[in-house]
Design a protein around this ligand. Sequence first.
Ligand SMILES: NC(=O)c1ccc[n+]([C@@H]2O[C@H](COP(=O)([O-])OP(=O)(O)OC[C@H]3O[C@@H](n4cnc5c(N)ncnc54)[C@H](OP(=O)(O)O)[C@@H]3O)[C@@H](O)[C@H]2O)c1
Length: 315
Amino acid sequence: MPAQRPKHQSARAAKKHHPRLQIVFLSHPQRSSHLSPSAPAPIVQSPRREQISDLRSLKPNTELEHIMKLANKIALVTGGTSGIGLEAAKLFRNEGAKVIIIGSNAQRLKEAEQALGEGITALRADLRDPSQIDRAIAEVVETHGRIDVVYANAGAGKAAPLEAVTREQIDEQFGLNFNGLFFTIQKAAPYLSNGASIVVTTSFLNAVGTPGLSILSATKAAVRSLVRSLGAELAPRGIRINAVSPGPIDTPFATKLGIPDADLQKTGEALTAAVPLKRFGTVAEVAKAALFLASDDSSFVTGTEVVVDGGLSQI
Ligand SMILES: NC(=O)c1ccc[n+]([C@@H]2O[C@H](COP(=O)([O-])OP(=O)(O)OC[C@H]3O[C@@H](n4cnc5c(N)ncnc54)[C@H](OP(=O)(O)O)[C@@H]3O)[C@@H](O)[C@H]2O)c1
């Protein structure tokens, strides 16, 4: 059998001819509240599910539980107060899970809890502090006794060119994106049920070099590696771990990178042009990939990464 590598290599070679993304640093004081310059295309859903947006609103019965993908599961979602995590929490809840969301901002936690309603518990923890993760996991276990799904999704970044990167920025980004994610998994591990699923959020940045985002990209590459190592360690317990790798997604994430408003706009336009599908992705598109990995639909999938980036890192 010929190896598959030549196809992969040729895709990479083709990528070299794409215009490179530029993050330009200008001194604009304001930030854009919205990075996506174009509206997303309509999403095609399965006919059965598009008519039932919240399966939990129907009366529970065994038939209904049968079609729910996470019926009776206990799911922990970090970064569940905003963007991708908020949407995933809603989807997991609608698919039958009891969902616990974690965030560090009290106001956002309150708003998310109110917006999500029944079936969701919000816990406050700064994931850069392992003792706060300990406390949050203890609370989940005290209430539910076990964890079936961990979606370790919380993340943040700071943009800075090589010469401007500080040690604090490195510690801050690795502290949340790698250490926080690692200790969430480590501390949840003793309470994971047999057949549990761990999903993490990486990024297209772990495969595409982007000026000004070296540290954020490195944190995501480290997490991609972790998925393989922990996949090997946890497989004997029947526990799977996989990553969802989003491309540019329409969330508040980019507005927190510290990029001035005008540059953010330009970067958004450059990204849209570079994405083969010519748009930003939606949180729903990422959440559905996370649901696939969290549920038994992916029961023979572990150690891998599902890329949801409109082809940006692959074509
Ligand atoms: N949006 C994109 O284009 C994109 C692309 C590739 C990858 N991603 C990844 O997707 C994940 C979700 O990002 P998003 O786009 O949904 O961004 P977002 O809307 O900014 O959400 C980030 C989440 O992380 C939480 N968080 C931040 N710092 C925290 C801390 N110290 N402790 C606990 N929670 C913390 C936030 O909650 P609090 O504010 O309450 O702390 C929030 O719920 C991230 O890992 C990001 O790297 C995003």
